[in-house]
Design a protein around this ligand. Sequence first.
Ligand code: ATP
Ligand code: MG
Length: 566
Amino acid sequence: MKWTETLIATLREDPQEAEIPSHRLMLRAGLMRKLASGLYTWLPLGLRVLRKVENIVREEMDRAGALEILMPILQPRELWEKSGRWESMDAIMLKARTHGGRELVLGPTHEEVVTGLVAGEISSYRRLPVNLYQINTKFRDEIRPRFGVMRSREFIMKDGYSFDLDEAGADRSYRLMYEAYQRIFRRCGLEAMAVEADTGMMGGRESHEFMVPAETGEDEIAVCPGCGYSANVEQAAVREGQFNGARTGEAVREVPTPGLRTVEELAEFFSASPRRFIKTLIYLAGGKPVAVLVRGDREINESKLAKKLGGAQPVLADGETILRVTGAPLGFSGPVGLEGIGILADYSVAEIADGITGGNREDLHLVNVNIDRDCPGLEFVDLALAAAGDPCPSCGKPIAVRRGIEVGHVFKLGTKYSRALGAVVKDEAGGERPAIMGCYGIGVSRTVAAVIEQHNDDRGIVWPAAVAPYQVLVLALAPDQPGVPEAAEEIISALAPTGRDILYDDRPASAGVKFNDADLIGFPVRITVGKRFLRTGLAEVKHRASEEVHTVPPEEVPALVDRLLA
Ligand code: ATP
Ligand code: MG
């Protein structure tokens, strides 16, 4: 392909809106353009990368025995009512309506459709296991689309769904996908790790996320340097009830704290460590208020809280609700004497000695609070977000916390959807059983961004060969000089039998512009021909990643390229 015959639009300047390297580089290198918030057009270069990732995914899915299908994006409301998710997933759904008034959802995921399909097609255990997948567009009304295709409203996902007769089979299917995912990310040039994940709203049993370690990742991963345990911090169990000093035995005392609401402000006022505070947050879950206690230096894990509350997604209560249920405005809530509302306490508050907490009156806090004495009967549960230094749930050594990008997710779903949608099969004994399901997702478009996040330098992208838009750039300097285009053609012909993707930069632009673009787009190998080639008969071959440079005659180019791309 000739540069002048395709559409490559690189940008000289960093785009304003891009906060992370992959977003900036995808715009600058001309891989994509923004249409509106969370919506992007893939340009020819970017689409080539997307297709390569898709092909790797497809090859590995096929190899693992999964069958490709293609399901509609628009899905009828009735189907989602059967699973109960028309309501529970409302917040992220984008919906449509026909002129005739039929309500539809633009699929954020496809459990309902695929399970309905299997319910209609498969009735005997003899047809199981079956694993169906597609590579298709998904729609989610993300509250905050950002980082380009990393978190967008419309994105490409590979989603797969396995159906088995029994638990052992479901475990096998899960394993197969887990291993396929490891191969997929490795082949894309990604260093990804599988971490234990929250089963959240999906209602499953076991789950792993595939995370690409990156400073800019939106997820936090708890990693144990001792035993290798790793989990999303949302999932990592925390059991800490550290005694933080001797009690004085003094009675609870009221202290005026005018205008002081945050733990930081109060810690300064009382000259006390945040670890002495019993932070009290009022949440609404399914419309019902609940008070949640956690030590001042810790954060609530809302996924754990949701599970404790039976699945309803909790949201922090507004000031009006707080005033109504506690009698005080935001910032002065506390558990002592708090009535008419459920209280959930994290382990971390159990052993706070002579603690400080809100007095449920404006501008008032209480000191010398000992929760066993002053709020008897509370049950302590794990509600905290894991943090660096917490004991590893597996071996007890202190954990580290790293950031990562979730590129894939595998789930053991159980029978929630097969029961709801009637995916029931006859077993050998003639009885009926709901199929046991697994679901498996890869963010294909997010994977492209993650590859860039892990492979870039100050000059641009450094593509791993397997997903580069073109593996080789043949760059002609002074292409109007007689002999130069011929030399370029000679090298391109010599490379043809290797099957490499080659782009020929035939633009009459300056060497500086051409070299900068080559580095920015990040072709793994750049081959330069120009006046020097005419003089010496040697082409310059440069490897983007290692910066190795070789000068060789055209006939040696193919072997060298093979070696550099290996
Ligand atoms: P996240 O926690 O990042 O919102 P999720 O857990 O909701 O993602 P899943 O339902 O597990 O996502 O979807 C499978 C995969 O799809 C994710 O692992 C991720 O790679 C990708 N994905 C999810 N949401 C988006 C999005 N808004 N934009 C791009 N990719 C996404
Ligand atoms: Mg996920």
